[in-house]
Design a protein around this ligand. Structure first.
Ligand code: HEM
Length: 214
């Protein structure tokens, strides 16, 4: 029988490939998104991470939340710093149906699998940030010639070596006492989290008029 962390990874491989291939992500990495477009992305991420971070702090009595919560990973301050680079003094609100749906799902996730549903959302964003996110940060830096500015989001000063951190994180997930139905619910929640990210990319591609922009 596979471990929960392996099931989460395997259960979201197709969704991961779709996210990598999304128009917004592809165009971003090839330099086809301008500062206003990147700001639109950061403003959405700011709301998503605020929901993740506030929900975690409010539910630290759940083992499924405690297993993944780590203040060292929190991204809200980094996003604010990046927004100061990309849109100093600009508005910090964004109207986004995709984000609103994502926030609602994050908030409801503590009611899934005895709280472990939240771990699915945490995993999808933070483990992604510690994985492909590191390469994405380097590509953005190169593409926009940023010299390290405006990319705090991808920098985890408290996690100098992501690999052992991710291994320990997976062991904590695997140590959760979940029955089969609860494990299936967590994997389904990971798939839902990927779908919500994909919806956010689709919304951005439409708003930024990236479809057919080649
Ligand atoms: C161009 C875009 C992307 C690239 C190139 C990329 C690349 C990667 C790579 C190479 C890994 C494996 C790293 C390792 O084994 O340590 C990984 C893992 C991961 N990625 Fe991505 N990724 C991208 C986008 C995304 C997005 C948009 C999400 C979710 C919102 C995401 C979520 C994850 C997660 C959760 C993992 C951890 C899988 C696991 O080990 O269980 N990735 N990514």
């Amino acid at each position: 029988m596979s471990t929960l962390s392996a099931r989460m990874r395997e259960g979201s491989m197709a969704e991961h490939r779709a996210a990598e291939a999304s128009v917004f992500v592809t165009r971003l990495l090839e330099g086809g998104v301008d500062a206003a477009g990147y700001t639109a992305y950061l403003l959405r991420l700011q709301r998503v991470y605020a929901a993740l971070e506030r929900t975690a702090r409010a539910h630290l009595h759940h083992p499924g939340v405690v297993a993944v919560h780590d203040p060292d990973l929190e991204r809200s301050a980094a996003l604010e710093a990046d927004l100061e680079h990309w849109a100093a003094g600009g508005p910090r609100e964004v109207d986004s149906p995709a984000v609103a749906a994502y926030e609602r799902r994050i908030e409801a996730s503590t009611g899934v699998a005895g709280g472990a549903g939240f771990a699915a959302h945490h995993y999808t964003r933070y483990l992604g940030d510690l994985s492909g996110g590191q390469a994405i940060g380097r590509t953005l830096d190169r593409t926009f010639d940023l010299g390290g500015r405006g990319t705090d989001f991808y920098r985890f000063d408290a996690v100098p070596r992501p690999k052992p951190y991710k291994d320990a994180y997976r062991l904590r997930l695997d140590g959760l006492d979940l029955d089969e139905a609860q494990q299936e619910a967590v994997v389904a929640e990971v798939q839902a989290a990927f779908a919500l990210n994909q919806a956010l990319f689709v919304e951005l591609a439409a708003e930024l008029d990236l479809l057919g922009a080649r």
